[in-house]
Ligand binder design. Sequence first.
Ligand SMILES: *[C@@H]1O[C@H](CO)[C@@H](O)[C@H](O)[C@H]1NC(C)=O
Ligand SMILES: *[C@@H]1O[C@H](CO)[C@@H](O)[C@H](O)[C@H]1NC(C)=O
Ligand SMILES: *[C@@H]1O[C@H](CO)[C@@H](O)[C@H](O)[C@H]1NC(C)=O
Ligand SMILES: *[C@@H]1O[C@H](CO)[C@@H](O)[C@H](O)[C@H]1NC(C)=O
Length: 446
Amino acid sequence: MILNLISITVYLLIKFYSFGVTADTCDTYRHPRYGFGQCIDRNQCPYSLYESGLCESYSSNMQCCFSLRNTTNEEFRAVWIATVDNIDWPSSKTAPPDQQRAELINILNTVQLLNMNVVIFHVRPAGDALYASTLEPWSFYLTGAQGVPPSPFWDPLAFIITEAHKRNIEVHAWLNPYRARMTGATYELAPTNMAKRFPQYAYPYATNIWMDPGATEVQQFIVNVTEDIVRRYAVDGIHIDDYFYPYSDGTEFPDNVTYAAYQAQGGTLDKADWRRSNVNTLIQTMYTRMHVARPKIKFGISPFGIWKSGVPAGISGLSSYDSLYCDSRMWLEQGLVDYMTPQLYWQIDPPAQSYPVLLNWWVEQSAKGRHVYPGNALYRTVPNVSNWPINEIIRQIDITRSMRDQLALGNVFFSLSQIMQNLKGIQNVLAVLYEQKANVPKMPWL
Ligand SMILES: *[C@@H]1O[C@H](CO)[C@@H](O)[C@H](O)[C@H]1NC(C)=O
Ligand SMILES: *[C@@H]1O[C@H](CO)[C@@H](O)[C@H](O)[C@H]1NC(C)=O
Ligand SMILES: *[C@@H]1O[C@H](CO)[C@@H](O)[C@H](O)[C@H]1NC(C)=O
Ligand SMILES: *[C@@H]1O[C@H](CO)[C@@H](O)[C@H](O)[C@H]1NC(C)=O
């Protein structure tokens, strides 16, 4: 009864506010309080805020549905800044430090202007460092030669932390654990690269160089690198993406020697379970050690968005559980991450990898109440990638917001470049959706 009254009142308010406004479709109509709507069956409008006359090209039962959800004051609004292959930054690995710094400032100013609050900054794309490390070589993507420090000297991670914090933006340091050299890259590895330190566990695979996740020294070394960052830098989080065992090139990953050694020591797991346990050990150890070093650090993982093909029913695609030996569901369920960012790089409507179906499944796995901030494929709006309409991204954010109560508390965009280019007006869209400032969600367990 009261709810009805509220929705009628709000409906009338909307009527009032939008009086005289016309739009060709609801998707482009910007409501002064509720942002962009969606043209959907009026009976399915989840928060009973609809408006006729804005979905003209649709059948008459389709109405423009707005969200009743308040713009919340807690939302994770993040973007990945990829350095591998110079995807997002620096624009050139041979540009002078002054220019590279100016680019970072421009990026942070844009992120701040859009009321976004987190950058996920790629500091270790391939056993290298975009920060001053005594364990690993300077990145090829920063200076054009692995192991060569920037000249004049500067430390990009220290710089971005200082500048981001001035702007109330968190910095999460993004590391790739096992990749020692990127697909197709041919540059010389420096002697301190992990593939040179542990050559017996470094395998050429699928035009990468990949470290063996089953080697204890490799695991310990990665944990040491992580702990070193957490101890020396005021990063707000540590982040790892979807690469565990490498995506298959059709050949077997050449780890039969480490597996045989495991069996010789009495190990009984089959190879697939053993591989998963290797990755699980790394995740567990990273989680524990970084929180010993700094209890409030946030650990986030952005795995491939499908855990197992067929889960939930109707979903099909690559199984990261079987192909990458990534038991991401278990990490979320057991609280080995503080936030999970499944890469839901698919559209809403096609059922095989449906964004809302997958997101709903992911939030259901969070038995310990860890947050879920899905990854959104902004790069798929690029014309020669998938040419998604920008409305796909708007709807994905709105669907995420509809699951706030289940701890879907924000979005992470891949990647920064489309935002900087304002591709398809993405900055204008975010300016509306993020019109109100928001804090990063609190994590009471930390
Ligand atoms: C929306 O925000 C207002 C003001 O902050 C608050 O009073 C109201 O309870 C909120 N409504 C919902 C549905 O959360
Ligand atoms: C990791 O760090 C510990 C403590 O500094 C050190 O004893 C160990 O040798 C390191 N492990 C590797 C594989 O570098
Ligand atoms: C591992 O595989 C290689 C190549 O397939 C083979 O030559 C070697 O004997 C195998 N080693 C063990 C310990 O199984
Ligand atoms: C897509 O377009 C961009 C910009 O025009 C270009 O740099 C890139 O190489 C193109 N990619 C492909 C796969 O064609």
